[in-house]
Design a protein around this ligand. Structure first.
Ligand code: HEC
Ligand code: HEC
Ligand code: HEC
Ligand code: HEC
Length: 429
């Protein structure tokens, strides 16, 4: 690989321009690069991205330019044909599920990933043996070769668009069947039926699952939920969690002052004034009084079982139950701390900040995603989620992506029109 004299000496600076060409082959004709007359592609070998990485235009300090001559690219091609094409396909276009396209992938990224496989940092994959014995020089040449190829055509993934059903809207639709008893938007007007607002989605989902599997005994709720899918349980819980909280509009008879005194024993779990900070413990504030009393009687007589509630309920007589219920029913409920999750379209905007518009990265270290194989994208996104593959840049994203997000985003990027980029170093004005 040519490592031309100091760029500074040549009067070149590390400022970079990225521009789009329909075919990255223009590289090898040397039409675009003006460094010492070398018909060259340039690529940057850089430090790993920092945790605070923002989309950056690479600067001279972080990245070192290597210049690949047509001979280097030809060497890379020979190596690729002998050692890589069996899996990655002719011209870097893979026909094998799970094996990524490499054609037109960003060169510094390719090089860095090859190093990652060599060091074991990307886990144990089919790649480790393939690169184990390759020299650094060979890695840069094969990276230069793959970067110089035409990209794969955009994948024809299913028609799913980024406009996946909004989970809150889906929850609202599914909850239409519940409004007759639990109230419009989850505030009960029917004594004995609980409000569903002010409760954390985690508790709500657990409660609904418990009805479904019979752990919590209520034949009516069991049959009402029997046909509700797991996805809709989550959507319904999210929908109620995001509604304005309000007290159940039902009477609460009992001595509230006595109830308040007795509630001191409950505050450690259910929070002061019945607003619980723990997603597994239900808030009681504003809940329907008759339902609260029935629940407490259930724990006391064993028809509703819960390890945490057994002892507190056993200690209560019927007067205490009424007083506690009246006290909690009159407290002000609060919505749980839940934020509306990003839609896939909102996610994609964030991904594009590093991966380029529609996944066409303009940072040589960030992989292009456009037209990559859909099942490979899904696999690596899940690898980030589960920690099999680690990257400071991706960590913040991947921890909060849902399975549905991964599926939608992978399909979205796989069908984007890929664009190859050329990076050039320009002389100062
Ligand atoms: C035995 C099949 C096999 C061979 C041979 C092989 N690869 Fe791979 N390669 C894979 C698989 C599978 C993956 C995806 C692994 C993963 O999920 O990390 C991969 C991933 C890669 C990646 C990461 C791409 C990305 O988008 O992150 C690069 C770069 C790569 N291979 C380059 C090469 C090169 C260069 C050679 C030849 C020296 C080669 N591979 C030989 C199967 C192979
Ligand atoms: C016919 C009236 C009725 C309908 C319709 C109904 N529920 Fe219920 N629901 C109840 C009653 C009564 C209870 C209290 C049962 C108990 O004591 O365990 C309850 C309890 C619940 C609870 C437990 C709340 C808590 O604080 O633990 C959840 C969650 C729930 N329902 C969700 C739903 C959802 C979701 C739907 C719609 C798919 C629905 N319900 C439809 C009457 C109804
Ligand atoms: C050790 C922690 C703990 C203490 C103390 C405790 N609770 Fe609970 N409580 C829970 C948990 C956890 C649940 C959810 C159990 C379940 O899923 O059935 C619960 C459920 C309840 C429910 C049912 C709510 C609903 O929406 O269905 C009521 C009512 C209740 N507690 C009242 C009380 C009262 C009154 C006291 C004090 C006398 C008390 N709890 C003390 C942890 C506690
Ligand atoms: C802060 C910048 C940044 C953001 C934001 C970002 N990425 Fe990445 N992404 C990277 C970098 C850098 C890598 C390469 C990391 C590595 O070496 O594992 C990467 C790797 C990937 C890969 C692996 C590609 C391959 O060929 O193996 C996928 C897929 C991916 N990102 C998808 C996404 C998606 C989807 C989002 C949005 C939810 C996203 N990224 C947001 C910087 C970012």
């Amino acid at each position: 690989m040519g490592r031309p004299a100091d760029e500074a000496k040549n009067g070149l600076i590390g400022r970079t321009l990225a521009f789009v060409s329909r075919s990255s082959r223009r590289f090898s004709r040397g039409a675009l690069v003006t460094s010492g007359g070398v018909a060259a592609i340039l690529f940057w070998v850089g430090c790993p991205l920092s945790a605070a990485a923002q989309p950056v235009i690479p600067g001279g300090d972080e990245l070192r330019a290597l210049y690949a001559t047509p001979e280097d690219v030809a060497d890379g091609k020979r190596l690729a044909e002998a050692s890589c094409a069996g899996c990655h396909g002719a011209n870097g276009i893979s026909t094998t599920p799970g094996v990524p396209h490499l054609a037109a992938q960003r060169p510094a990224y390719l090089y860095l990933e090859l190093r990652a496989y060599q060091s074991g940092a990307r886990g144990d994959t089919a790649m480790n043996n393939a690169v184990k014995f390759l020299s650094d020089d060979a890695l840069s040449k094969v990276a230069a070769y793959y970067a110089s190829l035409d990209p794969a055509p955009a994948g024809a993934t299913n028609d799913a668009t980024l406009a996946k059903p909004d989970p809150v809207q889906a929850g609202k639709t599914a909850a239409a069947a519940c409004a007759g008893c639990h109230g419009e938007a989850g505030i009960s007007k029917m004594p004995g039926t609980p409000s569903l607002v002010g409760l954390d989605p985690q508790y709500l989902v657990a409660a609904m699952r418990a009805y479904k599997n019979g752990q919590r005994k209520n034949d009516m709720m069991k049959s009402l939920l029997a046909t509700v899918s797991d996805a809709d349980l989550n959507n319904i819980a999210l929908y109620y969690a995001l509604q304005a909280a309000g007290r159940a509009q039902n009477p609460a008879v009992g001595d509230q002052a006595a109830g308040k005194a007795a509630a001191a024993a409950c505050a450690g779990c259910h929070g002061d004034q019945g607003v619980s900070g723990n997603p597994a413990t239900p808030s009681l504030a504003g809940q329907d009084a008759q339902y609260l009393a029935a629940a407490l009687r259930g724990y006391k007589d064993g028809s509703r079982t819960d390890a945490a509630m057994q002892a507190p309920a056993a200690a209560l007589d019927d007067t205490a139950i009424k007083n506690l219920s009246a006290y909690y029913a009159t407290q002000q409920p609060e919505p749980p701390k839940v934020r509306k999750p990003f839609t896939s379209a909102e996610w994609a905007q964030r991904c594009d900040r590093c991966h380029g518009i529609n996944g066409n990265s303009t940072d040589p270290r960030s992989p292009a995603l456009a037209a990559q194989r859909v099942e490979y994208l899904e696999k690596v996104l899940n690898d980030y989620r589960t920690g099999v593959r680690r990257s400071p840049a991706m960590a913040a994203m991947s921890a909060v992506l849902t399975e549905q997000d991964v599926e939608t985003l992978a399909a979205h990027y796989a069908r984007q029109q890929p664009r190859a980029f050329v990076y050039i170093i320009v002389a100062p004005k």
